[in-house]
Ligand binder design. Structure first.
Ligand code: PGA
Length: 239
């Protein structure tokens, strides 16, 4: 695991893009594993800028996102499908038919997503990390053997996300579909970005803690190619 400590969010985003660019420069038909959340937005801005200014192309790339809510339409303003289009896909030249997000509420949808990914092999998987060490929607306690599955969102996640749903917890989806931990571990390379002091404990667990299902991201210590890009605040406990 390589850990790169940056000054702040902007520097971390630029560094994360360097890691991403190395992959797409070496392989113009790379398969990208992508994530939502506030963390990767800076990375996506760098991807968009380099595409617009220097023509870096995603025309041959495929993408697979980590997760999606269950129970709201893809075109809902808060779906991850919408998030990805607004924050990345609409601004680069990736083809709509090459974009994949999990969608559905049953085992068949999960199996189909695994099968689709197996056909490509993810060259680089972008990850954020939750303050509790979650990756994707894999909360503490999720089996390291898990593949794409349906999860019940924790009460805390539902209340945290209510701000995006008119502050009405009843409107927040109660379930999600997510790549599992074993799915994420299949990626050839993992790029995990974490910024802010509230991530410092999770980053400690990720880099230096025991490998335990209580901190899902700790499994990445066993992955052969992981780059962790953090800012000073998130790195405060590993220095
Ligand atoms: P964030 O979420 O990027 O919005 O902090 C990260 C995560 O929960 O995986």
């Amino acid at each position: 695991m390589e850990v790169i400590i940056c000054k702040d969010y902007d520097e971390a985003s630029a560094k994360a893009y360097e890691v991403m660019k190395e992959v797409i420069s070496a392989k113009d038909d790379a398969t990208l594993g992508l994530a939502t959340g506030s963390t990767p937005i800076g990375l996506y801005k760098n991807m968009i800028k380099d595409h617009k200014e220097n023509g870096v192309s995603y025309a041959k790339c495929h993408s697979f996102n980590l997760d999606e809510y269950v129970g709201i339409d893809r075109n809902h303003e808060q779906s991850y499908y919408t998030f990805m289009h607004e924050n990345l896909f609409n601004h680069i030249d990736i083809k709509e038919e090459n974009i994949n997000l999990p969608y559905g509420d049953d085992q068949a949808a999960c199996d189909a997503y695994e099968k689709a990914m197996d056909g490509y092999k993810i060259d680089i998987q972008v990850l954020g990390i939750g303050a509790n060490g979650h990756i994707g929607f894999n909360e503490p306690g999720t089996s390291f053997d898990s593949l794409t599955h349906i999860v019940d969102l924790q009460e805390k996640t539902i209340s945290d996300n209510a701000r995006f749903f008119n502050n009405d917890m009843n409107l927040v989806p109660k379930k999600a579909i997510t790549m599992g931990i074993a799915t994420i571990m299949k990626a050839k390379k993992v790029l995990l970005i974490a910024t802010g002091a509230n991530k410092a404990d999770a980053v400690y667990g990720l880099v230096k803690g025991e490998v335990t299902e209580s901190l899902p991201a700790s499994i990445l210590q066993r992955h052969p190619d992981v780059v962790v890009v953090v800012d000073e605040a998130a790195a405060s406990k590993i220095k």
